[in-house]
Design a protein around this ligand. Sequence first.
Ligand code: SF4
Ligand code: SF4
Length: 225
Amino acid sequence: MPGKVVILEPPAETLAVRLYLPLLAGMALTFRKFVANVLSRKARPTIEYPEERRGYSDRFRGRHILKTREDGTLKCVACYMCATACPADCIHIEAGEHPNLAYEKYPTVFEIDLLRCVMCGFCVDACPKDAIWMTRDYELSYFSRKDAVYGIPELTEKPSDTAPDGPGYGYRPYYGESPARKAGQFEPSGLAVLPMTLARNAAINRMPPPPPKPPAPAPAPAKPA
Ligand code: SF4
Ligand code: SF4
């Protein structure tokens, strides 16, 4: 049975509506906020990017890096665990035989399509070789879809990633106890840290240490034979 169609009548147009007065009220509010923000820069929630940047957490999930061994080779052994775990299906790996038998396999192709990546960090969690980490680099922009597919040259970790003015490490399996972390600061990254972030870290540092663990119970005396 067809439903009943209700036709709503538009509200009667008042003189104020016909003169666009509600619109003027909205514009007045916008103008008031604009003047207040220009006169009082401290009250603004926005920052002067790119001169000013937020200090993101060292668990921030930004651009990936492939970690290397001391001899400069990639730690990755092309096991496909990251590609299997990736919910966006954006990792493409091709494996090859490594000339060094100890390493067995290595990726001849390792690509991440950063336009498909949802920055979930599952690839980092899945890696058994601690070979893929994320940085705090969020300045990812491209002129074409092809530019967004990062291969081994772009993904391999570079000194600039951890330079004082670089993005620094982000999401990774083990944060360790770096001196900066122990001091309640994020690792040095050259990025400005907001006062509220520093205040929060200071508050964490002021928290009392956890109570000592109770001593382990003495072992039961051996039964006589
Ligand atoms: S961060 Fe998530 S979506 Fe991006 S490559 Fe890793 S697993 Fe895939
Ligand atoms: S899970 Fe780790 S070792 Fe395996 S292919 Fe991915 S990055 Fe390489």
